[in-house]
Design a protein around this ligand. Structure first.
Ligand code: SF4
Length: 307
């Protein structure tokens, strides 16, 4: 519940409600592939995706999960010796593969000292029952959150970006996951090709109906080596070219449709400078968050005001 006349349910607060200790996510690259690249769901991947943007340097697939976690822990351990960690299976589709092999990777992560939970990033069309049953049992033992790449509730846009799944797949995955007693998060992108602000707010209204616990909002980024960049450069597709202030205004409107039970993890993403073509706002994530927080304070914007 937000008691001030502005604000939102911050992800830090959400983690505090789950753990009574300081916890930090460590991103992992477990060497998964993606069914939207290898032909299982589609070829070529989502048009905006260049997977090199996903991971920090310490997480390379040639390193074991244990090694990636141990190296990730070194970043924090000297400053915060009491810190605990959440293994974040981030790169590609972290439920895609033989279920037993996938489960053994999760178990490897959970066997590392001070790892107290896992977050699994995946696609809504990639949650087999066998894995969900396992996660259902695991959830009773440790913190588990499945983060679905939803991107938008608009099926036309999902086709334009070659996402390879529909909004119906998203609803189905989230409902099944919730029914299994496993927490869900969603990830969406604002500014996808063909979408205006009303289309984006439609996604907010649809998400508000679903049993998700967390939400990540990102701006669309044009990344080198992607089909989307090619399409925009050739004028085959148009995207909104907004500055940080314009984007902040849309984010602020968006969160008013998101109920306060959903924690907001982030509002912006920052791809490596050498890969990012636009938008180049020159803001670090925390600088953007400060601007956003100042904006919602000055304009008395409260998450869920229109939900
Ligand atoms: S964004 Fe995710 S689902 Fe889409 S191509 Fe990249 S890894 Fe695959």
């Amino acid at each position: 519940m937000i008691y001030a006349d502005y604000g939102y349910y911050d992800f830090g607060e959400f983690l505090k409600s789950k753990f009574n200790i300081k916890v930090q996510k460590i991103s992992l690259n477990a060497g998964f592939s993606c069914p939207n690249r290898d032909g299982n769901k589609g070829f070529g991947g989502c048009t905006y995706c260049n997977n090199q943007t996903f991971n920090p340097d310490y997480c390379k697939p040639e390193k074991s999960i244990t090694k990636q976690l141990e190296e990730g822990k070194l970043f924090f351990a000297t400053k915060y010796p009491q810190m605990k960690y959440i293994a974040y299976f981030q790169a590609y589709t972290n439920t895609y593969g033989d279920a037993d092999s996938v489960i053994s990777l999760y178990e490897e992560a959970l066997a590392v000292d001070d790892v107290v939970g896992i977050i699994i990033g995946t696609r809504p069309d990639c949650m087999p029952d066998k894995l969900l049953n396992y996660l259902s049992v695991l959830s009773q033992r440790v913190f588990v959150l499945v983060e679905y790449g939803v991107e938008t509730a608009n099926d036309n846009t999902l086709i334009i970006i070659n996402r390879g799944h529909s909004w119906g797949d998203t609803v189905d995955a989230i409902m099944r996951t919730n029914k299994a007693g496993v927490m869900c998060g969603a990830h969406i992108i604002l500014g996808l090709p063909g979408e205006n602000v009303n289309d984006m707010l439609y996604t907010a209204v649809q998400l508000a109906k679903l049993p998700i616990s967390t939400l990540k909002i990102h701006q669309l980024q044009l990344i080198r080596g992607t089909k989307l960049l090619y399409q925009v450069e050739k004028d085959e597709l148009r995207i909104i070219k907004w500055n940080a202030e314009e984007y902040i205004r849309v984010c602020a409107e968006f969160i008013q449709y998101i109920p306060q039970r959903i924690s907001l993890e982030r509002f912006v993403s920052q791809s490596p400078a050498d890969l990012l073509v636009s938008p180049k706002w020159g803001l670090k994530n925390y600088e953007f968050t400060n601007l956003f927080n100042n904006y919602i304070k000055a304009n008395k914007i409260k998450q869920g005001a229109n939900a």
